[in-house]
Write a protein that binds this ligand. Sequence first.
Ligand code: FPP
Length: 243
Amino acid sequence: MSQETQQDCQPQHIAIIMDGNGRWAKKRFLPRFVGHQKGLKSVKRLVAHCSSLGIKALTLFAFSTENWRRPPDEVNKLMGLFLKALQKEVSKLNENNVRLIIVGDRSGFNDEIQEHIAIAESMTRDNTGLVLSIAANYGGRWDIVEAVKKWQLAHPERSISELNEQALSPYIALSELPEVDLLIRTGGEQRISNFLIWQMAYAEFYFTEDLWPDFDEKSLDKAIASFTQRERRFGKTSEQVAK
Ligand code: FPP
């Protein structure tokens, strides 16, 4: 790859699958929940770092549609942590000009969480800094099916044969943001687990063995450095991209 075809700028939109909280705790003979608490600390560090780097959007996978299958005690504790984060952290995010979006099927959450989601989103709506999206009760397939339903509701007079990528795109979650440039997954697994499957169509993937609670500012810098070395062709040839 020639020097000219390398990325010369940082990613605008980073998405992260924050994996490894449980193993981090297990290695220390601690309950899994302590790993999630430590994981929240990593979230706070990384949000501040992305803000200072001038990254436009950061999307974090906090709870998938499949995570309800975990033991009820762990699910309850994760919900408690989510609520506490919404109650405690939002004013700080607001002070730092961060706009918070929750993406996913919020009808799955209890009333108190839904209420705090609404408060957090409206409080930070006009902020112009980092857009922090938390994917909670989210699944990429759910997202696409929802988009089709929304498209049909918006255009009852149109036939399904008129539906194409361009028409559907505005109804996919986070359509107002640039598409994901860089997906990071911590914890050693190399899969996307039904995350932003539409939005990551052309993302560069970065997998690391680091467990999420250990992932810090330097780890993110390393992932971004790897991204800047990649050649993104979007279907074209190297020669075309070089031009
Ligand atoms: C995956 O690790 C992590 C989760 C399912 C939860 C992610 C939650 C946090 C990082 C903390 C809360 C964050 C917010 C934004 C409120 P795992 O439990 O699957 O780890 P393992 O693979 O080692 O078991």
